[in-house]
Design a protein around this ligand. Sequence first.
Ligand SMILES: [Zn+2]
Length: 472
Amino acid sequence: MYLKCFEQRETGKHAASHAAATFSLVRTTFVTLLSGRQLLAAALVLGFCATASADDILFENVRVFDGKGDALSAPSNVLVKGNVIERISTDPIDAAGAERIAGNGRTLMPGLIDAHWHAMLIATTPAEAMSDIGFANLAAGDEATDTLMRGFTTVRDVGGPAFGLKRAIDRGIIEGPRIYPSGAMMTVTSGHGDFREPSDLPRRVGGLFTPMERTGGSIVVDSPDEVRLRAREQFMQGAVLLKVTAGGGVSSPHSPLDVTTFTLPELRAAVEIAENWGTYVAAHAFTPEAIEMAIEAGVKNIEHGFLMSEEDAKLIADKGIWLGLQPLHEAMRTNLPEGSVERAKADEVWPGIDRTYRLAKKYKINTTWGTDILFSRALATQQGAILASLSRWYTPAEALAMATGTNAELLALSGKRNPYPGKLGVVEEGALADLLLVEGNPLENLDLVADPANNFKIIMKDGKIYKNTVAK
Ligand SMILES: [Zn+2]
């Protein structure tokens, strides 16, 4: 009995069937060893554990934001059984043995999802990220715990060697969000994500990899064959989508914004391999040329798009492409040294943020939300504030739906590669229990999400409570 319960806690509730199998084995062993009164006592205890709801949690008197709608529910009760939302009702729920949490009219909403995150590239400098993967993993683990404590129960990692971090979190070794990893960003020579120096050139064909490539932050591909090889390597390590950089970017010094980096056959090769694996390609692209080539190649998700034309917006809407937008924090621009190449590129991109959000709204594009924070834990503390900054374009309900239900729809594009099958981003019966209990009503005051330390009273992921400051 003890072992069974212990096993369930240790392996995570999504591994319940494994736990049940272990339980049978343990039970058989117990029964063989015990007899008489001992057996009766053991049976009683076993029976109690099998039917007990000690792991179940009942939220009483909460008002639910379901991740989709524009209003809170009437005062309700929500029962979490294992890692799933079992029941939602305005009537009392009979849940003997469950842990009861007095909601006192607080808001219960889905855990937040950041759809453009780089879990391995926040708590280090670029040099550390490329030179010491051990340190990078430890630093990323610490940041992952902070990320979860900000109410982000899931992130989509679009570039970086996050596979080990993800495994450690899923095994319960450290606390952090669910991770949907792309593995290394795939770039071309001199493309966005190629952080080599000119002194590293010329690269000998078949020559050595640079530190950036060895650690898995990004990988240079210069032909369709190389794309296929590196794409398959990402999937072998556990990627659930592919990330390519179809045009220039701000933070890499050798990729002018106007350059269309990949060729059409190279992008098609990425799409081909992603689709062979039942998933999709996310393409970093700013300019019309990069966006249009990516869409022609079959890319289903454009990230950024801040220099797009109105025709591109129409194309994206017509084809049902997912557009990942980020209300980039102003400090990400002003932290770049004046006079630098990167600053000049940022100055060109930034006015496009407002323009693109307006286009996305005008054409009702499938729009997701993310932060794209890089190399700054100070900025990472602003993750919720960056979400709240969506109030420039959206109502609080629209912004929160984007960061929960809508972002989860994007995650589901990973199909059979989805590492966490089940419904995320919503509060409904049968969905995975990633939940926040919020002090106040975020549909009236979106800024509540900018101060998670004070306003998120409970943070639950996969049915397990990671933070609870509700007075007992
Ligand atoms: Zn990014």
